[in-house]
Design a protein around this ligand. Structure first.
Ligand SMILES: *[C@@H]1O[C@H](CO)[C@@H](O)[C@H](O)[C@H]1NC(C)=O
Ligand SMILES: *[C@@H]1O[C@H](CO)[C@@H](O)[C@H](O)[C@H]1NC(C)=O
Ligand SMILES: *[C@@H]1O[C@H](CO)[C@@H](O)[C@H](O)[C@H]1NC(C)=O
Ligand SMILES: *[C@@H]1O[C@H](CO)[C@@H](O)[C@H](O)[C@H]1NC(C)=O
Ligand SMILES: *[C@@H]1O[C@H](CO)[C@@H](O)[C@H](O)[C@H]1NC(C)=O
Ligand SMILES: [Cu+2]
Length: 591
C-alpha cells in the first residue's frame, strides 16, 4: 500500500474529473459551499423556522410548514467511471458519482422525479430518503416490496415528502445492493443551529469501494459456500467524496480492466481562522470508518439527524448509514499550510484490502498542487467495532426514556441453508422480499397474513416498543430503523443485563446504531407513525443475505386512516407488466 500514500499522490490528478466521477463536482475545489439556495433560490422570509431553536423546540413535532417545494429530476442509468483509477461499471444519477445534492429548509416539501433508464441489462430501482420520518407519507419511504413495487425499467415515479427533520443525510437505492454500485447522494436540510460556524463545506462521503460490479458481488455472497460463495468480500479501496488513488500494480493477473495510478484525491479549501462544518456520511457497503484531520480537533455537533451537546475529539467513528456533523477551525498553522484528511476503515471488523482514505485540505495561500506533509493523529483503534461511547453524546433537545408498553428481544445470527448458502437472520428469520406485494399496500386492504420470510413483527397498538438486539455473531452490524428515530438506551459486550440505561433522562438518539460483534444494543421508539417500517442491518451484504425485519405499526390505523395514493398501486401494475415479459433475477433478499 506504500505506493498509494507515498509515491503516486494524485495531487495533480492523472485522470479528469469526468473520468473519475462523471458530472459530479464533489471532492473538487469547485464543489459548492452551503446553503446553495440562499444565493440562487432565495426564500421569501429568510429562515422559515423563525424563533424555533435546537434546544427549545421539539424537532419531531414543531417543523414549520413553509409551503415551499424543492423539486429535483433524477435520471438513473448505467455508466463507467474510475473513481480511484480502476475503471468499473456503475449506476449513476444524472451521470454523477456521488449523486446530486438535495437541499431544503426544515419544513419544506422535497419532490424528486426518478426516471429509471437502467438498460443493458435492465433493472428495477427505488430511492430511500435515509432517516426522514415520512410521517404524513409512509408510502414514499422507497423500499421495494414494503411500501411500493420497484420502479420498472423505462418508467418514472415521483416521491414527495416533508423535510421533517434538519441536518445531514443521504438518499440511496433500496433495491438489492444497487447503492453499492453508485446510486446515492447527499441530502441536506437547514434548520436551527446548535453551534456557531462560518463555512458549511457540505457532504464528505466516506465509502469503502469494490472493483467488482455490485451484482456480481451479490451473486458471490448468495452462492452456496461449496461453489465459491463468500459472504464477506473484501473491499478494494476507501474513498472520500468518491475519490482516492489505487496502486495499479496490485491488480490481479489476467484482469485487463483499465487502471491508472494517481487518479486524483479529493481537495477541500479551509479559510484561515474560520470554523468549517463538514457533514460526514458513511455511505459504504460494510466498512466502519474512523475519521480524523491531522493537527485539528473535531467538534462533534450532530449524530444522524440529532444535534448534540458539542464535544471535541481527534477521531470519530461512523458505521454504514451513519452521519456525524463536525466543526473544524483552521487555526493549526500558517495560511500556506496543508493537511491530510484521513478515514481509516477499522480492519478489526471489516475485510478491507486498502483501508486508508486520504484527501487534502488547503489553507488560503497553500499551493494546491502540492501534497500535505502533515502527521497523523495516532489514536489506536479500540477494535471493538462499536460507536463512540454513548455517554459522550447528549442530545441538545432532551427526551427521557419512558417505560415501554412492550419489550421485544431479537437475536442476530446466521444459518447455512439446505443448498449451502450463508444467510443472516433477525429474530430467527432470514428475510426475502416479494417485489409484487408491498406489505403496506396489503395492510391498507386489511390483509395482515404474510409469508414467514417477510419477517413482519406486528406491534399493534403499543405506544412504545423497546427492542433488545442481542448479537452473538462474530460481525458488528449498523442497525437502521426507518420512520423513526431510536433512543439508544444501552450498547456493549455480551447480552444486555436487562436494566442498565446510559443517560436515562436524555439518552442518545439516532436512526442507525452499531451493535458490536458478540454484543448487544437496546433501543426504544414511539409508535406515532402508522406504517410498515424496515429495521435492518445497513451492511449491504448482510441485508442482501436477509438481516432485515418489517416492523408493522398500528395496522388498524393504516387501514382506517391512510389514504395511499393510487400511484403506489400503479408501480405494481407497471412492475407486473414488466415482469410478465422479463424474468427478474432476484438473487438476494431484494432490499
Ligand atoms: C482536542 O481534543 C482532545 C479531546 O479528545 C483534548 O484533550 C485536547 O485538549 C484538544 N486539543 C485542542 C487543541 O483543543
Ligand atoms: C490511520 O491510518 C494511518 C496510516 O496507517 C495512520 O498513520 C493513522 O495513525 C491512522 N489514524 C488514526 C486516527 O489512528
Ligand atoms: C438458500 O438460499 C439461496 C439464496 O437466497 C437460495 O437461492 C436457495 O434457494 C436457498 N435454498 C433453499 C433450499 O431454500
Ligand atoms: C394476504 O396476502 C398474502 C400475500 O400476498 C396472500 O398470500 C394471502 O392470501 C392474502 N390473504 C387474504 C385474506 O387475502
Ligand atoms: C404489543 O406488542 C407485542 C409484541 O411485542 C404484541 O404481542 C402485542 O399484541 C402488542 N400489544 C398491543 C396492545 O397491540
Ligand atoms: Cu450486518
Amino acid at each position: 500500500m506504500g505506493n498509494v500514500v507515498t509515491t503516486v499522490l494524485g495531487i495533480v490528478a492523472a485522470l479528469t474529473q469526468q473520468q473519475t466521477n462523471g458530472n459530479s463536482l464533489w471532492g473538487t475545489l469547485l464543489a459548492p459551499t452551503f446553503p446553495l439556495f440562499l444565493t440562487n433560490n432565495p426564500l421569501p422570509n429568510g429562515f422559515p423556522w423563525g424563533l424555533l431553536t435546537a434546544a427549545g423546540s421539539n424537532p419531531y413535532t414543531q417543523a414549520p410548514n413553509t409551503g415551499v417545494i424543492r423539486s429535483y429530476d433524477f435520471t438513473i442509468s448505467r455508466g463507467s467511471i474510475a473513481p480511484d483509477g480502476y475503471q468499473k461499471d456503475v449506476i449513476l444519477i444524472n451521470d454523477q458519482y456521488p449523486g446530486p445534492v438535495i437541499e431544503a429548509n426544515w419544513g419544506d416539501v422535497i419532490q424528486v422525479t426518478v426516471h429509471n433508464q437502467i438498460t443493458g441489462p435492465e433493472e428495477g430501482t427505488s430511492l430511500h430518503w435515509h432517516g426522514l420520518l415520512q410521517k404524513e407519507t409512509p408510502w414514499y419511504d422507497g423500499v421495494p416490496a414494503v411500501q411500493q413495487c420497484p420502479i420498472a425499467p423505462g418508467k418514472s415515479f415521483t416521491y414527495q415528502f416533508r423535510a421533517s427533520l434538519y441536518g445531514t443525510t443521504w438518499y440511496h437505492s433500496h433495491y438489492s445492493a444497487q447503492y453499492s454500485g453508485g446510486l446515492l447522494g447527499p441530502l441536506i436540510i437547514h434548520g436551527p443551529s446548535n453551534a456557531n460556524y462560518d463555512i458549511d463545506l457540505g457532504p464528505v462521503f466516506l465509502s469503502d469501494w469494490y472493483h467488482t460490479e455490485y451484482f456480481q458481488l451479490v451473486e458471490e455472497i448468495m452462492k452456496p459456500l461449496a461453489s465459491g460463495g463468500n459472504p464477506r468480500p473484501a473491499s478494494d479501496n476507501n474513498l472520500i467524496n468518491g475519490k482516492m488513488n489505487f496502486d495499479c500494480s496490485t491488480v490481479a493477473a489476467g484482469d485487463t480492466t483499465h487502471c491508472t495510478d494517481g487518479a486524483g484525491l479529493s481537495k477541500f479549501k479551509f479559510t484561515n481562522g474560520k470554523t468549517h462544518r463538514l457533514r460526514l456520511i458513511n455511505a459504504g457497503s460494510e466498512g466502519i470508518q474512523r475519521f480524523s484531520i491531522d493537527g485539528h480537533n473535531l467538534t462533534i455537533i450532530a449524530n444522524d439527524f440529532i444535534p448534540i451537546k458539542p464535544y471535541a475529539t481527534e477521531v470519530v467513528t461512523l458505521g454504514v448509514g451513519q452521519r456525524t456533523d463536525v466543526l473544524v477551525t483552521a487555526d493549526a498553522g500558517p495560511s500556506t499550510s496543508a493537511w491530510w484528511m484521513r478515514s481509516n476503515i477499522s480492519t478489526a471488523c471489516t475485510n478491507a484490502n486498502q483501508p486508508y482514505a486520504l484527501a487534502a485540505i488547503y489553507y488560503d495561500k497553500a499551493d494546491t498542487t502540492k501534497a500535505p506533509t502533515s502527521v497523523a493523529w495516532n489514536v489506536p483503534d479500540p477494535g471493538n467495532c462499536a460507536n463512540d461511547d454513548l455517554s459522550l453524546t447528549v442530545p441538545y433537545y432532551s427526551i427521557a426514556a419512558t417505560n415501554p408498553s412492550t419489550t421485544k428481544t431479537m437475536v442476530i445470527d446466521y444459518v447455512i441453508n439446505a443448498t449451502g448458502s450463508f444467510l443472516w437472520r433477525l429474530d430467527g428469520t432470514s428475510f426475502r422480499a416479494n417485489y409484487n406485494n408491498p406489505v403496506l399496500l396489503l395492510a391498507e386492504q386489511g390483509n395482515l397474513t404474510y409469508p414467514d420470510e417477510w419477517n413482519v413483527k406486528n406491534f399493534g397498538t403499543n405506544t412504545t416498543v423497546r427492542v433488545v438486539v442481542n448479537n452473538p455473531s462474530p460481525a458488528s452490524h449498523p442497525m437502521h430503523l426507518h420512520g423513526h428515530y431510536m433512543q439508544i438506551l444501552h450498547e456493549g459486550d455480551g447480552n444486555w443485563d436487562g436494566s442498565s440505561i446510559v443517560n436515562a433522562n436524555n439518552p442518545q438518539r439516532r436512526d442507525t446504531q452499531l451493535v458490536r460483534a458478540n454484543g448487544h444494543f437496546v433501543m426504544q421508539y414511539s409508535l406515532d407513525n402508522p406504517g410498515v417500517w424496515p429495521f435492518h442491518c445497513h451492511t449491504a451484504w448482510h441485508v442482501s443475505a436477509g438481516l432485515y425485519a418489517n416492523l408493522l405499526e398500528r395496522p388498524a390505523d393504516i387501514e382506517k386512516d391512510l389514504s395511499i395514493p393510487l400511484v403506489m398501486q400503479q408501480t405494481c401494475t407497471d412492475w407486473k407488466a414488466y415482469t410478465n415479459k422479463d424474468v427478474v433475477d432476484q438473487i438476494d433478499s431484494g432490499v
